[in-house]
Design a protein around this ligand. Structure first.
Ligand SMILES: [Zn+2]
Length: 282
């Protein structure tokens, strides 16, 4: 089975953690999941991601640029990795949400750098996704025919973020106004599961990635739920390199969990890569 991990982070650690006046590591060290913060930092390289992909039988990963604290990676950095490891990575762009021409920044990333989607993290980038100021950016993504990935649900970043900006219901407003825009919600909703599934079920162009804790994947991805929300709506992702269940991230944990799910093989194939490829090329 062809497997694509549609949710992975590569981080420019020097820039992500060394921004003047910001001690972002304190947010990481204050969180139980990141007790081994130094080990996490060692894991962030693209080479480590590739090694884990090989171990798990994952052909390709979507790696996200991010103009935000902690997960910072520039569009240029991601584009370079995609070139260097040709065929193994697909890059999704980010934009500086406060920039006067965020839409132009996206267009440059897609047309000149070859990035294939837009990743937005409303709480880490400190905005409400249904703020009408964002409409020109969404219109640009629509016109470029690229998907927009929204982080939804809780985050491990403590008082750095507001959960109100991560409410999946806010995405309903975006989808109502941009019915042709492809949108991917994340993490099976991260404890906002049902609200996320509601929004994804409602809109034909909405999808959700499975970058959740392994136990949530087993509990939530039942045949009934997949059929109700839509067989084409779920796409495989892991949120590499985020820790979970007190452990370091291991891609093979996720492929193994899918192996044990009580859903037919044709659905596993759709979730592992079929749905994503159809969405990207549709
Ligand atoms: Zn993520």
């Amino acid at each position: 089975m062809k497997i694509i991990n549609t949710h992975a982070h590569v981080i420019e650690t020097g820039k992500a953690f060394a921004q003047e006046g910001n001690d972002y590591l304190k947010y990481i060290r204050g969180i139980t999941a990141f007790e081994q913060a130094d080990k996490v930092l060692d894991m962030l390289s693209a080479e480590n991601l590739l090694r884990q992909m090989d171990e798990a039988g994952i052909e390709q990963s979507v790696v996200f640029a991010m103009y935000a604290p902690l997960l910072f990676a520039s569009n240029e950095f991601v584009a370079e990795l995609c070139q260097k490891y040709h065929g193994r990575f697909t890059g999704f762009a980010s934009v500086d949400i406060k920039a006067p021409d965020a839409a132009g920044m996206l267009e440059h990333a897609v047309k000149n750098l070859g990035l294939k989607g837009l990743k937005l993290h409303p709480p880490l980038q400190n905005f409400f996704p249904n703020d009408r100021k964002l409409w020109p950016l969404y219109q640009k993504a629509h016109d470029l025919n690229i998907p927009v990935v929204f982080h939804v649900g809780t985050t491990p970043f403590g008082s750095l973020v507001k959960l109100s900006q991560a409410n999946p219901i806010l995405i309903d407003d975006v989808a109502n106004d941009f019915p042709g825009l492809k949108i991917i919600l994340t993490h099976l909703g991260t404890l906002w599961h049902n609200e996320s599934f509601m929004v994804v079920e409602k809109h034909p162009n909405l999808y959700i990635d499975t970058a959740a804790y392994p136990y949530e994947i087993s509990d939530l991805l039942t045949l009934n739920l997949v059929k109700r929300v839509g067989e084409d709506k779920f796409i495989f992702g892991t949120d590499f390199p985020m820790p979970y269940e007190g452990k370091m991230h291991r891609l093979a944990d996720f492929t193994e969990i899918f192996g044990r799910l009580q859903i037919p093989d044709y659905l596993k194939e759709k979730i592992f890569s079929g749905n994503f490829l159809k969405m990207m090329h549709g």
